[in-house]
Design a protein. Structure first.
Length: 370
């Protein structure tokens, strides 16, 4: 029985990047051999096991054969006769098909080390086309490693184009599409994920409603340079969305979590505030704070301010926008601290109390912004 470190851990070590997870392949063993050593099987019919102490994943060397449409339709064959090279052959990219033995020897049957040096994302074999999810994985890796000057190999780009044309991507489940997109939004250059899918005409199949036009991409890049927040980056794509209904439908289609949807709706509903360099008048500001329920949800104003700051983060107005926001935060906090009970003690009731509260808050905002 031989054990090898495989996949992303080996790749990232060679790239001198932090290694966060380690996956192992076991060659020449059966499930019973691992179970006797205290490994815990993950799933009844899948040859993956958790190490009894490290809880890292150890998989029996296996091959896969496509048996239907989509990402999950594969027959898996695990046996002591499956070689390491056989196992590595089923992987998506050559840079992910490198193994390292327990004594540190690199095993690289598909020239992944050479592609790391050449900064190329290249498919391992024609079997790449059997899994449509790999299109999104390549797009995500292209985004993740763009700052290291990685590009997609020409023959792999052509294969992605053909897979998109086959409409196989339409069989991907929404949750997997979202998971890959969400991961890409964590990278330094999330725009690359969208541009690659746009260039191979795959956007309409996996992200219907995202155009990846210049306006969307430039705003996403500005926001990404300004903030690491995936929520802000996602919301920035929808500032110019035509209707709230179309945005809600898009999020439903992809099973996108509600907090992302709500942040995008907030951005879309307040496009003018985000994209106008002058702050609204005091009455409009007070109305905005009421509309976003600032008095109970102050984080909503902060999100709008962050998106607005990102909007002007590359302009000469950056400092003046930051100064506006500092005053607005201060004024909003003071206005929120205004107690209706104090006004009641002064004799205000009913509609008069509401009017007095609004006028006093507007006054506080005006004083803060002067």
């Amino acid at each position: 029985m031989d054990v090898y470190l495989v996949g992303g851990a080996v790749r990232d070590k060679l790239l001198k990047l932090p290694v966060h997870e380690r996956d192992w392949v076991v060659v020449g063993a059966r499930a019973e051999d691992l179970l006797k050593q205290g490994f815990l099987q993950v799933g009844k019919d899948f040859p993956v096991f958790l190490h009894p102490s490290t809880r890292e994943e150890y998989a029996l060397a296996r091959t896969e054969r496509k048996s239907g449409k989509g990402h999950t339709s594969f027959d898996v064959f695990a046996s002591p006769d499956v070689t390491l090279e056989d196992d590595l052959a089923r992987r998506d990219l050559t840079i992910n098909a490198i193994a390292q033995s327990e004594d540190g020897e690199i095993v690289d049957p598909y020239n992944g080390v050479q592609d790391i040096k050449a900064r190329k994302l290249r498919h391992v074999s024609e079997a790449f086309t059997e899994d449509p999810l790999r299109v999104l994985r390549v797009a995500r890796f292209a985004a993740r490693f763009a700052h290291l000057d990685f590009t997609v190999a020409e023959e792999t780009q052509q294969m992605l184009q053909e897979m998109s044309a086959s409409q196989e991507l339409s069989h991907l489940v929404p949750e997997r599409v979202w998971r890959e997109w969400e991961k890409s939004l964590l990278t330094q250059t999330p725009t690359v994920f969208l541009t690659l899918l746009r260039d191979i005409q795959a956007l309409s199949q996996v992200l219907p409603g995202i155009t990846a036009d210049d306006s969307q991409l430039q705003r996403l890049q500005r926001t990404s340079a300004y903030s690491d927040s995936v929520t802000l980056r996602f919301a920035s794509l929808f500032i110019e969305q035509e209707t709230p209904e179309s945005l809600k439908q898009f999020c439903r289609q992809l099973a996108i979590p509600n907090h992302y949807r709500d942040s995008a709706l907030l951005a879309r509903n307040h496009e003018d505030f985000i994209t106008t360099p002058e702050l609204p008048e005091k009455a409009q500001l007070a109305a905005l704070l009421k509309q976003i329920d600032y008095w109970r949800r102050p984080e909503k104003l902060e999100q709008l301010l962050q998106l607005r700051q990102a909007e002007y983060s590359e302009s000469k107005q950056q400092k003046s926008i930051a100064a506006q926001h500092k005053k607005l935060r201060s004024g909003a906090e003071k206005a929120a601290a205004l107690n209706a009970g104090t006004l009641q003690q002064q004799g205000f009731t009913g509609k008069a109390l509401g009017d007095a509260l609004r006028e006093r808050r507007e006054q506080i905002l005006a004083e803060a912004l002067n």
